[in-house]
Design a protein around this ligand. Structure first.
Ligand SMILES: [Zn+2]
Ligand SMILES: [Zn+2]
Length: 293
């Protein structure tokens, strides 16, 4: 089954239950993420964003020069929805592991008093790491938790922007680069579909785009002698693509081997053991994951 971001909250719940059944070790973490993904989908269904317009002549230049359509700072977001979702995620996090719960409680208190989530949203989109460091230091919490809640509150808006902007991309002129055609970010997952066609999915806006089958998105390597895979005997649908040239890896899901619904954010979490395995082999993630240093 092809990867699909357009699932209903019910379908996300069912997909989560199926993945938990197949990977019981992930039950705790996926129960949290399942609720998070449903809250995001419900928010996405309510939000409203004015479409970003890109004039045709600028689009032509970007397509020719292989520049992404926008920069991260250009993403629009629904302020009210994102702020509501911030509080909703904070509450979900309070039911999660004790460390996350304690930090979420402090953040929600700050929101009630003097912390405006809109400052965090603007800070994240403008790459203002100092803001996250300062707020985290003031609240005596990990900045990763603050970044995690902030990004996940924006994510429905980012996906909506990406879907709107996707209409500008020419399907007859495939992008084929290792970075997102919408926002320029690195990919977080790769998928094999249909006749073996490969696509990447953006770690920031979750747009999906086609690439060459034998290809490292992080250094443009397409030499099959220096590209190989880590396979697991028990998981025929999953592998890790490793590049000997840049020593980075990306996780790949072979959707032809899967008959469940594939919701990419769920698959990203349910494959964290592959991240560990790839790192044990001396490879680095091509993209930084949240909740890491
Ligand atoms: Zn993107
Ligand atoms: Zn590489």
């Amino acid at each position: 089954m092809a990867a699909n971001l357009a699932l209903t909250p019910d379908q996300i719940n069912r997909a989560t239950a199926t993945v938990i059944k197949n990977n019981p070790a992930y039950a705790d973490i996926l129960e949290f993420y399942g609720r998070l993904f449903v809250a995001q989908k419900e928010s996405e269904n309510r939000l409203w964003i004015e479409s970003l317009q890109i004039p045709e002549d600028l689009r032509a230049v970007k397509a020719r020069e292989k520049f992404p359509l926008i920069e991260i700072k250009d993403f629009a977001y629904d302020k009210t929805e994102s702020a509501d979702l911030f509080v909703a995620i904070g509450r979900l996090a309070q039911e999660a592991n004790p460390q996350l719960a304690a930090a979420a409680a402090v953040i929600l208190d700050a929101i009630d008093t003097n912390l405006d989530p809109a400052d965090l949203f603007d800070g994240l989109l403008n790459g203002n790491e100092a803001l996250f460091e300062n707020v985290a230091a003031t609240l005596a919490i990990e900045k990763q938790v603050l970044g995690f809640i902030t990004y996940n509150s924006l994510k429905p808006s980012l996906g909506t922007c990406a879907a709107q902007l996707g209409a500008y991309l020419d399907p007859d002129d495939p992008w084929l680069e290792g970075y997102c055609p919408i926002c320029g970010s690195a990919p977080i997952l790769s998928f094999l579909e249909g006749e073996g066609a490969r696509s990447l999915i953006c770690s920031f806006c979750w747009h999906q785009w086609p690439v060459k089958r034998v290809y490292c998105p992080f250094c443009d390597n397409s030499d099959s002698k220096t590209l190989h895979y880590l396979h697991s005997d028990t998981e025929k649908d999953r592998r890790v693509d490793l590049c000997d040239q840049c020593h980075k890896y990306i996780k790949t899901l072979d959707t032809r081997q899967v008959d469940r619904r594939i919701y990419p954010p769920l698959e990203q979490i349910a494959t964290l053991h592959l991240d560990i395995k790839a790192r044990e082999e001396g490879f680095e993630a091509g993209v930084k994951l949240f909740l890491e240093e």
